[in-house]
Every structure is written in C-alpha cells, then in structure tokens.
Design a protein around this ligand. Sequence first.
Ligand code: ATP
Ligand code: MG
Length: 649
Amino acid sequence: MLEGLDPEQREVAMALHGPVCVLAGAGTGKTRAITHRIAYGVRAGILPPSSVLAVTFTNRAAGEMRGRLRQLGAQGVQARTFHSAALRQLQYFWPKAIGGSLPRLVDRKVQLVADAAAALGTRLDRNELRDVTGEIEWSKVTQTVPTDYPYAAAKAGREAPRDPAEIAHLYAAYEDLKRDRSLIDFEDVLLLTVAVLQDRRDIAEQVRAQYQHFVVDEYQDVSPLQQRLLDLWLGDRDNLCVVGDASQTIYSFTGATPDHLLDFRTRHPGATVVKLVRDYRSTPQVVRLANGLLAQARGRAADHRLELVSQRPPGPEPVHTEYTDEPAEAEGAARRIRELIDAGVPAAEIAVLFRTNSQSETYEQALADAGVPYQLRGAERFFDRPEVRKAGIALRGAARFGGNDSLLDDVVDLPSQVRAVLSGEGWSSEPPAGSGAVRERWESLAALVSLAHDLAAARPGAALADFVAELDERANAQHAPTVQGVTLASLHAAKGLEWDVVFLVGVAEGMLPITYARTDEQVEEERRLLYVGVTRARERLHISWSLSRSPGGRPHRRPSRFLDGLRPGTTATVGPAGTGAGGSVERGAGGGAAPVQRRAQRTPARCRVCGRTLTDAGEMKLMRCEDCPSDMDEGLYERLREWRAVQAG
Ligand code: ATP
Ligand code: MG
C-alpha cells in the first residue's frame, strides 16, 4: 500500500491519527497520498471503512477516489463532495429534524427565477435570467440574505445585472416561491444540513458516532459554510487530514479563502504538516512555465508557494499561438486535435480549457466540424439537458410497464434494454454526421447507454428499475456520467484533473484576466486560474489567444499579461483556416507595455447589522462588528423555522 509513494507521501499515509495538513503544489500527488492513506489505514485494520468520510471537490473526483479505493482493496469508504455527503445526511435526518420527507430538489432553477420575476411583474431576457440566477447562487453560498444583497454585492465588486435592490426582491421572491412549491435548491442542502446539525445536538452526535476520520482534498477552496459543516462533523475531535495548494485557490467568489489551509496549524496545534515538491504529473517544460507563473504571483497564497520539481522525462516545449480571431483560434485547435487523434492520442486524453463557459460554443462547433467527439464539463448540468430529461421519462415508463411490453420482452441485458427504449425516442447507435447541437444530444444519450454498461458490469442482473434509480441518485447529486471524447471545460471545472494534452484557449487580456477582475486580489486569482490550467497538462501544452473576437474585427486584444516574459519572443499570427494570413509579428519577450490595473472604488466597510464603520481587519472580513450577533446563524435558523412551519401545515 505504501509502495508507489515517495518518503513524504508515505509520511502522510502513515499519519493516521490527529490533525494532518499537506501543503503542496499541483501534480505532487496530494490526492494520491490521501487515497493511499485511507487504503493503508483500512487495510491495516486501523480505520474502519464506514468511519471514514473523504470529501473531494467534484463528483468526478469523488468517483475517481472511490474507484481507486476499490482497486486498493478499501471498499466501503464514503468519498463524496460536501454537497452529496450533506444531501445524504439531510435525507436521513429530515423526518426527525423537520418532519415529512426531504422536499424535491429544484431541477430547473432558471425557470423558477423566471416564475419569481413574473410574480413580481419584472421582465428579464434570457441573459438577465441567467445572471440573476448567478447572483442568487452567489448570495446563498456567501450566506448573504436578500436584504443584505445590495451592500454585499457592492462590497464584493459584483457587476449586478440589474439594480441591486431589484435583485434583492427577485431573490426574496425566488425563496418564497421555492418554499411554496415545497422545493429546496442545491445551496439549501448545505445551509439546511448545517442548521440541523447546529440545532439538534442528538443528530449531530449520531453523525459523529458514524464518522470518526475525515479527509478533505482541495482544502484551499473550502468555503466558510463548508468549513462550518466540517467543524460540526468533527465536534471536539481532530482526526482530520486536509490537503491543498494555496496557489490553486480559484473559488474566492464563493467566499473561499486559503486561510483555512494556511492557518491550519494555528487552529490545530501539534498538527503534522507535510510539504511535497516533486511533481509527478508534468514534464519539466510544463513545470518551468508553472513555476514562472508562480514566481510573479503576489499576495498571501503566493507567500506560501512551493517551487515544483518535475520527475518526468523532458517533453515538447509549450506551444504559444496567436490567431487573428476567435473562430480561427477554435478551428486551429480543432485541427491540431484531429491530427493528434489521427496519430493515435486517445480523445479522452485531450482537453480544451477556457475561462468562461460562453467560450465553449465556438469550440464545440469547431470540434464537431472536425468530426471530433467531445464532452462538456461543468457547463450545462447534464441532467437538465432536455434530451436527458425526455429519456428519463421514457426509461421510467418502460421500467414500470416493461414486463408487459413486447418494445422489451426479448431483450434480456440492461444495456440492450436501455438502447431499445432510447431507440423508441429516435436515438440510433450510429453517431450523426451533423453539427454541434445534434451531436451533443447524441453524445448525452450515448452516455446513458455506457452508464447502463457500467451498472450491468458492477451489478450483474440489474434491472431497468435499478438503472432508473441510479439515474435519480446521480441527478440529485449532479453526478453526470462520463461522455467519451475530448473534454471541453472551464478552468474552474478542471481542477484536480489531468490530461496528456491541454489546449488553454483565449489567454488574452480581457479574458484572462477577465475584464471584471479589477482589484489586485481579483487579478491574482486570475493568475492562479492560469496556473491551474497549465498544471493540468502531462505532456503537451498549447496556449493560444486571438487578436479580435470575430473575423475582420479590429485586432484590439493582446496576449495575457501573465504570459509576459514567459512566452517565446516571436509568435506567429495565424489567420482564418490556418492560412497564416496574418503573417508573423515580432514581440519582445516583455510583450508590450504593462496594462494599467484599475482598482475598484472602495466603500467604507460597515457592520452589516448595526451599520457602524469598521476599522478592525477581523471585523471587516466578517462585515460585522464584534458586538453584533451573527446574522448567518439567524438566517440559518430562519430557514429551519420556515420549513417546520411548512411541514406543520
Ligand atoms: P492537483 O493539485 O492538481 O490536485 P495532486 O497534488 O493531487 O494534483 P495527484 O493528482 O495526486 O496530484 O498526482 C498527479 C499525478 O502524479 C497522478 O497521475 C499520480 O498518479 C502521479 N503520482 C503521484 N505521486 C506519484 C508517485 N509517488 N510516483 C509516481 N506517480 C505519482
Ligand atoms: Mg489533487
């Protein structure tokens, strides 16, 4: 179990009791070390599997960890996201803590916001609806109640899509509507679990009796609410192992800070602290670029940076390419990807990573045109896709009546049954030659078929009803099945993952850093996003940007300031269809004048409860003076009271 670990990783694996903190850069084997630690503890009989709760950041990471643990002979350990662990607990305790059974989860949040807007007589177009939904989500993860939204949004430098007071009303109306329809949303799951555990000592004790050992991956991005949940799980114990990399903090917008990681020893005196620097993931060429980015970083996270030392043989230098416009950039990437696949690189080993989900469409189109299968990660929720919802209805119907239906009598195995139902919905097992959307719909349904194969392999004899139950569970946990193909993902969704070949696209000023990153802190977070992107690559890294958005547009963009001094002095500009029509442009290694950083106007910090001007740094962080009660607790209890009132009729 300890084989395949270096001495420091082994130290982590063997420290099975007491608080442990691993501070290490990307690709140094943090996730591997904690997975082996759990397996070692379980196999040595020191950690009972059912007493371990491992928390990772994404469902994919949780699934991978469960798979690894199975391979290492440590079944039965819970490896989940904070959200899915909380959902399970809430489901279990809801009848006792609140009454009735757990309300359904909102499955179309944007529609619910639209209904709330309609109830208020507010007209919102599609983009505004999406943006307002985003503001509501942000408010909830940062525990901002509707009345506080205008102040909190201004303080956080949010670009409100509407008058902040109006958004506060929409947010309140959304909450009311949700409760009236007896629904809870994704964010409520954490909020309500924390509230129940805080409110009911007996329930908290029951959870603590079940879980004795906690492991948290990607701890640098833990939000205050997640930290609160973790504290409630732990009680007064400290069997906690956390791993993280302050240089990869990229979720500040949820209130996450690397402070929990960096202050771990202060909170847990006597903690074992281990640092890892050997990078097992990337070639020295990729690591050099990653170290170069870190060297320019500023701020608290950067003060704790650890220079990476590559353990891999040399590979190709990262390729930097400048394109005249975005479609040319997408086409260029798709062409190279096609060449790589034709040369034998598996599509699943290639990723295209971008800053904002709105960039994905151009790349989807270009990949579809080049006949390259792809999967989208972290953009649209898989189970919300219309074709998946429709397929779910058909499968549910077939599961219920299948026994009497001749569309299934002759078909014995589960994958064939699923295929038969989907064929009834017009799906064919041959991929269509068509464009992006058609292809994507086909891929979604193909993913359901491969899920049926997975389930049949894991549980021989599984029936259609089991498959439907599996789909429901995954939909609740937003655990999308893997679609074969090139991964298209935002940088945020790519954390913790790795591919042989990574295309980082749109690395231009205005995209990375994104225009609305104004304060120094926000710009630093953008730099960390690029660091996360670069360190996803094992072998080959392609970095590109384009000078204008659309063909024939004014070439007003310049490469990201973060690449200054780190990219080759001469960069070829590639025109439409890879003609090289733009010729070559000479650029000094410095890449032009440094752009002027704009600073957000600072409003004086005031207590959110009494309005007193704050000067103390600690108080300013909380936006609340020490004398005032925490409105977070009030907000949490308010939710509990409301739900109990609903259940009481
Ligand atoms: P990130 O910060 O991106 O989450 P990480 O520190 O969690 O990265 P891992 O994903 O655990 O890193 O490991 C990176 C890669 O290096 C994986 O492919 C892993 O299998 C490999 N690796 C880790 N440790 C070793 C080792 N001691 N020997 C060989 N390969 C290793
Ligand atoms: Mg990791």
